[in-house]
Structures are given as structure tokens and as C-alpha cells.
Design a binder for this molecule. Structure first.
Ligand code: OXD
Length: 309
């Protein structure tokens, strides 16, 4: 069986070493622009160019080594080619850490304590009520469900929103565009975006949606920059409707040095790092799935290409 690796911003050697150990029977190669590669059965990819797909007519499955598959689904892919995403592979716990940290930092006003420290000031802040900080999680897939459960662990009221109805222990769930979305937003003060990026969800976080959050709302975007209308977020922060935002993803990455988010006093910027791909876990999972496919067995994580996730 032949496997080709095409992740242009990732050093291939450690991946190849891991794959060699996990699948000694596989013949491995690395795609390079302008260099012919033999047709492979499986590809391990991150944001591959169309030229790669066009030069690989025999592929049975594309294994994406990130959480979101939007960059892959924008390509012209042959019918029947399976697109497979990582199932957790150590990302869900990182996402839960990141989001819980951002929520708790905001709720417990750690930024204000930091400022007080800079002034050498010993001053308590009045405890705030958890019931006033309902957290709404948009997107209840593997990552969103884990985040919602982790927030429940801190006793925050948690709302969840998804395209189709879902049931999650301890979480008040809403679904569908229109009324379902509006009811979800007006019941939430902190918004966590973990949606897949599809034509339906592009620009979903704009003036109309964010403006429906409870006053003093807080936005955490850990999905895709294109979900968020950046000017609308800035306007709602400046009008005082929103208290702040923690943003890990941006319409343009790296975030341009002149972008107002860098210096906004109530925006925290991190460089698309909320849940990193863990190489060993990912290799083990991909190897297991390739073996299953070779035996003709079904695997988890196959993307519904029409739906977009
Ligand atoms: C992603 C990732 O899909 O970082 O954004 O894995």
C-alpha cells in the first residue's frame, strides 16, 4: 500500500518515522510541487493544493491532520474519495483547557487583578454570579461536546447550539437557524464558536447574532476566522454591548501586524493554537483507520462532503 504525505508547512521526517513504525508494510512518499510522485492509495494532508489532488488519481482516502476540513472541501475532489478528519486525537482536551481558561479568566476578572498588581494594589473584587454567565457553545461535535462538558464541570450554565437536534447531559440545547439560534443567543452571555466552516456558517457571527447576546457578552472564537465579521465585533466592543473577546483564529493568518485586534484593550489574541495536532496520537489513529479500510471495515470520522463536516 502506498501513502503520500502532503502538508507543506509541516516537517515530514518525524511523520514519516512515525508512519514507518506504525505501518511498516506501507510505501511512503512526500509530495513536492513540480516533482512527480507515484500514485498512492492514501494521502495524509493539510491544506493540499489542487495540483496534488489532480496528480493522485488512485487515492481512496484523504486523512486531514487538522480539526477543520474546510480547506479540503474547497478543492475539486473526485466523487467517492473519502475525506477523513481526526477524531479528537488529543485535541478535545486542549480545546477544553483553552476555552475554560478564557471563560474563567473573564469571569474571575484576572485581567483586572493583573492591572491591580501593576499598580501594587491589594484589592478584592466582588464575586460575580455564575448563573449570570451562561456559556453558549456553537457546534456540538467532538470538540464542542467536550468543551460543554468541561464548562459544566465548573458549574456554569451551558447552552449548546447545533444545526440538528442534539442531547447532551446537563446542557440546554437549541438547534436550527432562525428562532432556535436567536433563543440560544439571548440565553447566553459568553459565546464559544466551534462550528465547522460551511457556506451556511460563514459570517455567522456578526452584528445581528452577537448583538443578541446578553449585555456584557464575551466572544471566544476557536473555529475559523471567516465565521466572524471582524468590524461588527469591534463595533459591539466599542459600543459596550460586548465586554471582550478571546480570538484564536482570524480571516487572515498570521494576523496582520496593523490589525486593530492586536492592540484592542479587551481583545486577547492567540496564534491559532487552541488545539494543536498531536503527531503520535494522530499517526496511531490514521494507521488504525488505514488498516480498517484495507480490511474493508467502516471507519469513524468520514466527512459528509455535501454537509461540509
Ligand atoms: C484546525 C486545526 O483545523 O488547527 O484549525 O486543527
Amino acid at each position: 500500500m502506498k501513502i503520500v504525505f502532503c502538508c507543506t508547512d509541516t516537517r515530514p521526517e518525524p511523520w514519516l518515522d512515525g508512519l514507518r513504525a506504525a505501518l511498516p508494510e506501507a510505501d511512503l512518499s512526500v509530495w513536492q510541487a513540480g516533482v512527480a510522485t507515484e500514485p498512492a492509495d492514501y494521502a495524509i494532508v493539510w491544506a493540499p493544493p489542487q495540483a496534488f489532488i489532480d496528480a493522485q488519481p488512485r487515492l481512496k482516502a484523504l486523512f486531514n491532520i487538522g480539526a477543520g476540513v474546510d480547506a479540503l472541501l474547497r478543492l475539486n475532489l473526485p466523487d467517492g474519495l473519502k475525506v477523513v478528519r481526526l477524531d479528537d486525537a488529543g485535541m478535545a482536551v486542549q480545546m477544553a483547557e483553552y476555552v475554560c481558561h478564557a471563560v474563567i479568566r473573564h469571569f474571575r476578572e484576572f485581567d483586572l487583578y493583573q492591572q491591580a498588581q501593576a499598580r501594587g494594589e491589594w484589592a478584592f473584587r466582588k464575586p460575580r454570579h455564575r448563573e449570570d454567565f451562561a456559556v453558549g457553545v456553537m457546534g456540538l461535535g467532538v470538540l464542542g461536546s467536550r468543551v460543554a462538558q468541561a464548562l459544566r464541570g465548573f458549574d456554569f450554565p451551558v447552552n449548546g447550539w447545533s444545526r440538528n437536534p442534539k442531547v447532551l447531559d446537563g446542557v440546554q440545547t437549541f438547534h436550527g437557524m432562525g428562532e432556535g439560534l436567536h433563543a440560544f443567543l439571548s440565553a447566553s452571555r459568553v459565546l464559544v464558536n466551534l462550528l465547522p466552516l460551511t457556506p451556511e456558517t460563514r459570517d455567522i457571527l456578526g452584528r445581528d447574532t452577537l448583538g443578541r447576546l446578553r449585555p456584557g457578552g464575551y466572544v471566544i472564537n476557536v473555529a475559523r476566522g471567516a465565521h466572524l465579521v471582524e468590524e461588527d465585533l469591534l463595533a459591539l466592543l466599542d459600543s459596550g454591548h460586548l465586554a471582550g473577546a478571546t480570538l484564536d483564529v482570524f480571516r487572515t493568518e498570521p494576523l496582520p501586524t496593523t490589525h486593530p485586534f492586536w492592540t484592542h484593550p479587551r481583545v486577547t489574541v492567540t496564534p491559532h493554537t487552541s488545539a494543536r495536532t498531536l503527531r503520535d496520537e494522530s499517526i496511531a489513529q490514521i494507521a488504525r483507520k488505514i488498516r480498517a479500510l484495507e480490511r474493508g471495515e467502516p471507519i469513524a470520522g468520514v466527512v459528509d462532503r455535501a454537509r461540509g463536516y
